[in-house]
Design a protein around this ligand. Structure first.
Ligand SMILES: [Zn+2]
Length: 211
């Protein structure tokens, strides 16, 4: 067994001991059920752990992560998580959290083929094409990269709002707020992009569903 593997088994034991020392009923209470107020859709990047960066405890955040925090409307995994979070858990907030320096977004700006993942990255490229005039006008590559990370998050928030799941919840009067954040790997600070959607009136009319 590798040292790392042993370390994580030990890490789990220590974590359980710490929690039980603080509250002997800790796991017993958690086992009764969950009602997290938040769904987090983030990047798979190991440096952006959902609970940890917002100081949240187990039971407080329902999480979906994939490369570049994408909301792809044909992705059954994302749709199932979203449906369960909105319609069963009744979360009040959904945060799409991207991060500066995202490898997926960087790959989407380039032309190198990196294998099967090209097909996932293509969804990010669609966002670039949508904002090509603006993004191409940014001369500095780092600034353009940062701007694209932010725009990608905004697009995913809009893509959430376009789903029948979110619009159905709004239609039935559910309190459901969508937000877009970007996390700074070198600061730990999140930036709220102020794309706060809570009604389908914020969408282009072509996406507004009638129920
Ligand atoms: Zn990333």
């Amino acid at each position: 067994m590798s040292d790392f593997y042993k370390k994580i088994i030990e890490g789990n034991k220590k974590w359980v001991e710490t929690k039980i020392n603080q509250d002997p009923q800790y796991f017993e209470k958690l086992s009764h059920g969950q009602s997290p107020p938040l769904l987090w859709i983030g990047c798979s990047d190991s440096r952006v752990p959902a609970n940890e960066v917002i100081g949240a405890q187990p039971g407080e955040v329902f999480v979906h992560r994939n490369i570049a925090n994408m909301v792809v409307h044909s992705d059954m995994n994302m749709l199932s998580v979203l449906d369960y979070a909105v319609n069963v858990l009744k979360v009040q907030h959904v945060i799409v959290c991207g991060h500066y320096g995202c490898g997926g977004v960087k790959a989407a700006m380039g032309n190198d083929s990196i294998g099967l993942i090209d097909n996932w990255i293509r969804h990010i490229k669609d966002g670039y094409r949508h904002h090509k005039t603006y993004l191409d006008s940014i001369i500095d590559e780092k600034e353009r990269f940062d701007a694209f990370v932010e725009l990608n998050v905004k697009e995913q928030v809009l893509d959430l709002a376009k789903t029948s799941i979110v619009q159905g919840a709004w239609r039935s009067g559910q309190d459901l707020n969508l937000h877009g954040w970007v996390y700074g790997l070198n600061s730990g600070i999140v930036k709220d992009l102020q794309v706060n959607l809570s009604s389908n009136k914020d969408l282009d009319t072509v996406y507004q569903l009638q129920f």
